[in-house]
Design a protein. Structure first.
Length: 497
């Protein structure tokens, strides 16, 4: 016998309490809840080449996490410039803060490097079918087919491929004279300063608010219950850097041949917008939700950055205090970044994490907190560290073996390195190189603190032992801290858990 159907609430009638879901949490809700999505495009209240601020006043609904900030730069001098392929337009952002009133709710420092780690967990197909159009994140792998006359074996089949590289949907043209098959970005992704027409066609990309402020990945902010102004502050990245020895742009990449490396690109003010979506429900539901939740309390994650700069010997046997004193810490992730890779003529412009010089030189690491090590034995096995990172993040890094560590006994930029990454060029850069390409450039590591303990006043020490080529490096470590937010009487506040 069929179950009797429940009557739908009449217009203006209160929805029974048990049927009001947690509308803050991103997930499924009953189809009977009528939803209205409103999209607005607003200009910044302040703008300069250093920073920008957007202000939201009394949003009528929930602030949707997929709201976006659009960004663009004005092409200058060069004819083939592009954003770093692993983070896209996020290279323009140095830091981001979300404030309610004068209270800082969430912030991320060195955002481009932080985003390089987070972008590892975006699937290749998502990058190819979506992100290369939205943000110009382009890490998608595909087979690189070889001509049997040039570079291939005589008995190769027509569809043989012994290496792989980036694949964005544009088939390379194979030269009949030498078998070279250079790869390129799609035409709309290039910043070309040849003429006024090409400058006007410069691409405009966007960054999700949930990428800028990670707690929005699981929560939609009930802005209609907040009387205070909501501010989004973005500090732009410096235009130039001399970390590699010469002055280089650190927000854009450049093809290998020709071009100028020290171009000071300007943010295009007219293209900087906030596209914010607000979700509203039927009036009775919104009113009852606010009535039933006079004090909203939820937990979220915020991040603090610790970094150490030095020569390669400083990281051969390092114990580094990264903070977390007296806090509940859920995760720590880190990467060692070479200053020599901060060059415009590259594929990622230094937004990378360096693997050890050779496969024989293992990265050895551990965490010490509350007078105990996270692991009883320091971890150095490459596969184990990869799995530890996947476990801490709850997802598998979508990178290849050769991008995670230097395959074989030699580094990928040596002629006889045993790597599956192709030597074919992408925008003039050899893809298997560790300097300007992708080889050994995604050695980010994450640890989940699984003892559910509050860190004592000594904080957390990172044990880090890595053998890398000579040069200067920066070790960046982000500590994920648990915070609690409250919304009561139109006021929002937050504190550490």
């Amino acid at each position: 016998m069929d179950e009797p159907m429940m009557d739908e609430p009449a217009e203006g009638e209160e929805v029974p309490e048990e049927r009001i879901p947690d509308l803050m949490k991103i997930g499924q809700i009953p189809t009977s809840y009528g939803q209205t999505l409103t999209t607005d495009v607003i200009d910044p209240v302040t703008f300069s080449q250093k920073r920008v601020r957007f202000t939201l006043q009394r949003v009528a609904g929930f602030l949707h996490s997929n709201s976006k900030v659009t960004l663009a730069v004005t092409p200058k001098t060069n004819t083939r410039a592009f954003y770093p392929l692993n983070i896209g337009v996020s290279s323009l952002i140095k830091s981001a803060q979300l404030l309610v009133g004068n209270k800082q709710i969430c912030s991320v420092e060195d955002y481009g490097d932080y985003h390089a780690y987070q972008s590892m967990f975006i699937s290749n197909e998502n990058n190819r079918e979506r992100e290369q159009y939205l943000s110009q994140r382009c890490i998608n792998h595909g087979p690189v087919y070889e001509d049997k006359v040039f570079g291939g074996d005589a008995d190769d089949t027509p569809n043989s491929a012994s290496t792989y590289g980036l694949s964005l949907g544009k088939t390379p043209v194979v030269g009949t004279g030498d078998g070279a098959h250079p790869m390129e970005l799609l035409p709309f992704q290039i910043h070309d300063a040849t003429s006024a027409e090409t400058i006007s066609e410069a691409p405009v990309y966007s960054v999700y608010l949930s990428d800028l402020f990670p707690f929005l990945k699981t929560n939609q902010l009930p802005a209609f219950m907040i009387d205070e102004e909501i501010h989004i502050d973005i500090t732009f990245q410096d235009k130039l850097s001399s970390l590699s020895g010469a002055s280089n742009s650190i927000i854009m990449c450049q093809q290998e041949t020709g071009g100028t490396i020290n171009v000071e690109y300007d943010i295009t003010e007219s293209e900087v917008k906030l596209i914010y979506d607000s979700i509203s429900y039927d009036g009775a539901i919104m009113a009852q939700y606010a009535q039933e939740n006079p004090k909203l309390v939820f937990q979220y994650e915020d991040y603090r950055l610790a970094k150490r700069t030095g020569a390669e010997t400083a990281f051969s046997n390092l114990t580094f205090s990264v903070g977390g004193n007296g806090r509940l810490v859920s995760k720590v992730f880190f990467g060692l970044q070479p200053d020599d890779n901060k060059v415009a003529k590259s594929m990622c412009n230094g937004y990378v994490a360096a693997a050890p010089t050779t496969n024989a030189s293992k990265l050895t690491t551990n965490l010490l907190y509350n007078d105990r090590y996270l692991f009883s034995v320091d971890r150095s096995n490459d596969s184990q560290l990869f799995q530890t990172t996947a476990h801490a993040e709850g997802g598998i890094p979508m990178i290849s073996r050769d991008e995670y560590y230097n395959a074989g006994k030699l580094a990928p930029d040596d002629a006889d390195a045993k790597t599956g990454l192709t030597a074919a060029k992408f925008e003039g850069h050899i893809q298997k190189l560790v300097s300007a390409g992708l080889g050994g450039s995604f050695r980010w590591t994450a640890f989940s603190l699984n003892r559910a303990e509050r860190v004592n006043n000594k904080g957390i020490d990172l044990v880090y032992k890595n053998t890398v080529p000579p040069g200067n490096y920066t070790l960046r470590v982000w500590v994920e801290l648990l915070k609690v937010a409250t919304i009561e009487g139109g006021k929002m506040d937050c504190y550490f858990a």
